[in-house]
Design a protein around this ligand. Structure first.
Ligand SMILES: [Zn+2]
Ligand SMILES: [Zn+2]
Length: 292
């Protein structure tokens, strides 16, 4: 095999370095690569990698447990994944969110007494950070528009001085899932720091290189926004299960069919396991089209 030429200085070398991002452009060494970057960056496209198959579960949900299988492109940002989860679970994107990679070796958090909690909250209300127990997460990926979100003020317990934070529109799913330091870590998506809807993200496989967001499987009707955490959601389901709902239950059902931010005019009766993949997928398609 003949020697190849550096694409900048045209010098021949038996072994050239390749642009790690696109894998296309070849250089004699780091100096030429650096020199070339200001022009090459405009045409340098990251190498395409297979999509990620994610099983996303709301672990606290019961009868039925609510879960979706989502195909996520490798080059999607976490903000795009956030929107895809919103669509797949029928949320209304009315609250803030974050993603964390959990450290399985983290020491457990201590149980905090009420006085300590109040004291800590007072410090936090002055915008000072005080850690609650040992670090739990390798990284936290946050909503880039958090300043607009009222409920972001409840997110303090998710912060930690030893957990780096990055903005969701700037970090890529594939890059994070492949990180040596936390490969195979369990990921969690938290939506709404008031009601705390935790979603477990499990990587169950890889798909094709050209995949777009797709929901391939799932079970469980989406939860009503602002239902009042899991107990509130259970109460709403019980209202629909009641043979003779009382006034309070009727009121709850009326609220859900007309007023919740992700209201469902058809209600929940007999529809607790309802998922319509074709509706989800057409929404995924149109929302990602307008993000391009
Ligand atoms: Zn060169
Ligand atoms: Zn390149």
């Amino acid at each position: 095999m003949s020697a190849e030429k550096c694409e900048v200085c045209l010098e021949e070398k038996p072994k050239l370095v390749t642009c790690g991002r696109c894998g296309n452009r070849k250089y004699c060494g780091a100096a030429c690569q650096r020199k070339d970057w200001s022009t090459h960056k405009h045409s340098c496209q990251p190498k395409k990698q297979p999509s990620w198959i994610l099983k996303i579960t709301i672990p606290d949900s019961r009868e039925p447990q609510i879960w979706r299988t989502l195909v996520c492109p490798d080059n999607a940002t976490f903000q795009e994944l956030h929107y895809a989860i919103q669509i797949a679970f029928g949320w209304a994107a009315a609250h803030s969110y974050d993603f964390v990679a959990r450290d399985p070796t983290a020491e457990e958090r201590p149980v905090e007494d009420i006085m300590a909690l109040i004291q800590r909250r007072m410090v936090q209300d002055n915008d000072e950070q005080r850690d609650f127990g040992p670090r739990q997460n390798f990284i936290r990926i946050v909503n880039p528009n958090d300043h607009k979100m009222i409920d972001s003020m409840h997110s303090y317990d998710r912060k930690h001085s030893q957990t780096p934070e990055k903005k969701a529109d700037k970090v890529y799913v594939g890059e994070q899932f492949n990180k040596k330091e936390w490969k195979n870590a369990e990921w969690e998506y938290m939506y709404d720091f008031g009601d705390n809807w935790g979603h477990e993200i499990e990587i169950i496989g890889r798909g094709n290189v050209d995949d777009a967001f797709k929901c391939t499987d799932g079970n469980g009707h989406g939860i009503a926004e602002d239902a009042g955490s899991m107990p509130g959601w259970e109460e709403l389901k019980n209202a629909y299960r009641a043979a003779k709902p009382n006034d309070e239950q009727k009121e709850k059902m009326h609220w859900y069919e007309n007023m919740a931010s992700n209201f469902d005019p058809e209600g929940l009766k007999g529809r607790e396991s309802y998922v319509d993949l074709s509706v989800i997928n057409s929404l995924l398609k149109s929302s990602m089209d307008c993000m391009d």
